[in-house]
Structures are given as structure tokens and as C-alpha cells.
Ligand binder design. Structure first.
Ligand code: 9Z3
Length: 367
């Protein structure tokens, strides 16, 4: 089932972008996800709420159709899960499109941490399992916010794993969000692979590493011999050779075709500080969207660069004394100075994004 108009302006698009959805399989989970997305969005259209699609976590690139091995992109999901909480605090409804088993809003405070969830609990004198006194206040505060988001139907969680699942969901959600008009916001924090194996070049079964079983390594599952291209991952003697195709650039489609009235925010991740600003400006110019948030792998938890057509370049930084001690780039003297309660950088990023969104809603914009 396609929940959108197929006359989606494909004529404007480059070749890889037009063929992608015709040649890569629609995920089995999509229809079920649409059945919860459609009423969620309709409810918020009726209420004139602002709705943020927050993407979060890394996308995998499977090497085999029945996947045993895959390539992954770095991301724990901290940026997305934390930002989702601040969007909710700022009055947004949130669609949280996340890598399965990555961090989630609210539960992130108690999972994937140094503590196991059982460490937050204890047994009372009557044998009941209760929250340990040390964690009562923090857990009560998080629980109240979580219950409110659920009660008021403000948060929808949708998982993906592979880059193909991510792209199909992004397109479908973008088209479903069109009726929100300028109240829609895309906050694309997921770490999306730039390379992938197209379905037509994917082998069906686990690649056999032993030369004694090389006969079990067949070609692709492509339907006709004529169509068949060499498998993207294959054994060459004892070596595994992987030959990836570029992922078509979907940000252009999102901006121009799928959801042109929404505010669109992308993230740019770099490791070399000398190119961050230039690459962020390049992305903004290339895709003509509203905002690029540049961040460095090592400093992403305490500084980001906002690059927008309206506001130029602007660094947002957590003051040294409020930085979390776990930031890898912090020096020992910075760590010693961090005496006040740590401040999450998303508590600074999200209100600024919401402010820019308000400007777009009231003044409109010309892309
Ligand atoms: C980011 O830059 C995110 O902020 C992080 C968050 C992945 C660094 P964590 O989840 O990390 O807190 O551990 N996302 C990168 C988004 C991305 O892949 N952007 C593409 C690109 O840079 C274009 S949309 O080319």
C-alpha cells in the first residue's frame, strides 16, 4: 500500500534517486508503522500542533540478504533521544524514527549506562521490589514526563535497522507530514550511511569464508541473467572484497518534493575540525534547506555549529563548568572545573531550533 501520491516530481531527480524505490524492497514493517503514523499525524493536524520527526542512531548496510554480517555507522542515539525530550518540553509532538535498540527518550537515563537496570532497584523489608532511595527523585521526575508524553499522545516510536528501511520510512513519513504544512519539522540526527549494497547486487546467503565451501557462494538473487551484476560482497581467495554503491542524496528530494513546507534541519558529522564549517555551508547551499548543525565526533557533546541562510554561522557551546565529565575531549583541568550540574547541549540546541521554526512559521521563507 502506498499512502501517498506517486506523482511526486520524480522528473526533477537524478537517475539513482528515481530508481532507488523501484529497485530496493519496501520494508515489511512499513505498513504497520503507517497505521500508527496516520492517526498520530491527523490528530496533531487537527490540534495545529508542531510535529518534529527526530531521526536517531546509525543505519546498517547488510552484506547478505539473510543478514549475518553488516557495516554500521557510528551513533549511540544520544543526540536524537535527548533532543526528542527537549522537543516535547518545547510543546512539539515527536515522531522518533530510531535505530532499533539504540537510546530512547526517557529510558535513556537508565539504560546503556554504567548501571544495569537492576542496580536502580532494591528489595524492601516485605520482599517487594522498589526503586532504590538514591534514585527515587530522578526517576520520579523522568517518569512523570514520560507518562505525560504517553497520556497526551505526543510521542510515537518507530524503529529501523538498515539504511534501506530508514530511507523508505523517511520518504513515507515526509509525505504523510505534508498536511502539517509549516508546523512540520525534520531534525535529521541519524547517522546515515553514504554507501550501500543495492538489492540487485546482494547475495542471499551468508558468505562462506572457507575456500572449501566456496561453491556455496552463489551470485545475486536478481531475477534475470541479463540484469545480474557481480555481487557487491564476495570472496577473492581468502579475502572478503566489498564494493559499495553511493546512497542517492535524498535530502534534495525531501526539501524539493516530499515535504517542501516543513522546516528541515540536517546534521553534519566530521572528525577534521578544519573542514566542519566549510562542509556544513556546502550542504546548506547544495540542498537549500533551513539549517545545518555541524558537529565534531570528539566534541559533539559540548559544542555545535549552526549554519543557516537566515542567521549565518553561530557556535552553541556548553560552558566549561557545566560540561559532562565523560566528554572525551575535555582536559583534566576542564573536568576539575565542572563542579555545577552537567548541562546537556540539546537543552540549548532545541530551543534555538524552535525559535528559528517560529520565525519560519510567522514570516515564511524563500528557499
Ligand atoms: C550527527 O552528526 C549526530 O549528531 C551524531 C550523534 C551521529 C554525531 P550520538 O547519537 O551521535 O549522540 O552518539 N549525525 C550525522 C547525520 C548524518 O549522517 N548526516 C549526513 C552527512 O553528514 C547528511 S544528512 O552527510
Amino acid at each position: 500500500m502506498a499512502a501517498h501520491d506517486q506523482s511526486n516530481g520524480d522528473s526533477k531527480l537524478a537517475n539513482g534517486e528515481t530508481t532507488y524505490f523501484a529497485t530496493n524492497p519496501r520494508p515489511a514493517s512499513l505498513d504497520e508503522h503507517i497505521s500508527s503514523l496516520a492517526p498520530f499525524i491527523a490528530d496533531h493536524v487537527r490540534k495545529h500542533s508542531r510535529v518534529a520527526l527526530v531521526t536517531s542512531g546509525g543505519t546498517t548496510v547488510p552484506l547478505e540478504n539473510q543478514t549475518v554480517r553488516f557495516i554500521d555507522n557510528f551513533s549511540a542515539g544520544t543526540r536524537g533521544a535527548t533532543s526528542a525530550e527537549y522537543f516535547l518540553e518545547n510543546g512539539y509532538a515527536v515522531i522518533f524514527l530510531h535505530r532499533q535498540f539504540s537510546l530512547l527518550p526517557y529510558s535513556r537515563h537508565f539504560s546503556h549506562s554504567t548501571n544495569c537496570f537492576l542496580d536502580y532497584m532494591t528489595t524492601s523489608s516485605t520482599g517487594e521490589v522498589v526503586i532504590d532511595g538514591e534514585y527515587q527523585a530522578q526517576m520520579a521526575s523522568v517518569l512523570q514526563k514520560y507518562e505525560r508524553a504517553k497520556r497526551e499522545k505526543m510521542l510515537l516510536l518507530l524503529p529501523f535497522t538498515s539504511v534501506n528501511e530508514y530511507l523508505w520510512h523517511l520518504r513515507e513519513i515526509a509525505m504523510l507530514m505534508r498536511p502539517l504544512g509549516a508546523n512540520g519539522l525534520f531534525y535529521l540526527a541519524a547517522a546515515v550511511s553514504d554507501f550501500f549494497i543495492p538489492a540487485e547486487r546482494m547475495v542471499e546467503h551468508k558468505i562462506q569464508s572457507s575456500e572449501d565451501f566456496a561453491h556455496a557462494n552463489h551470485g545475486t538473487t536478481s531475477s534475470t541473467a541479463q540484469e545480474e551484476r557481480s555481487p557487491a560482497a564476495h570472496m577473492d581467495g581468502a579475502k572478503l572484497v566489498i564494493d559499495l554503491d553511493p546512497v542517492p542524496k535524498f535530502l534534495k528530494q525531501l526539501v524539493d518534493v516530499w515535504s517542501p513546507k516543513s522546516m528541515i534541519v540536517s546534521f553534519k558529522l566530521e572528525t577534521d575540525p578544519s573542514i566542519l564549517a566549510e562542509k556544513s555551508r556546502y550542504a546548506l547551499k547544495k540542498y537549500s534547506h533551513d539549517l545545518v548543525i555541524g558537529n565534531m565526533l570528539n566534541t559533539r557533546k559540548h559544542e555545535v555549529l549552526f549554519v543557516s541562510a537566515a542567521g549565518g554561522d553561530q557556535w552553541i557551546r556548553v560552558p566549561t563548568a557545566r560540561r559532562s565529565k565523560s566528554v572525551t575531549a575535555a582536559t583534566m583541568s576542564e573536568v576539575r572545573q565542572a563542579t555545577e550540574m552537567p548541562l546537556e547541549i540539546e537543552s540549548l540546541i532545541v530551543p534555538e531550533v524552535a525559535r528559528l521554526h517560529s520565525e519560519i512559521i510567522s514570516n515564511g521563507r524563500s528557499r
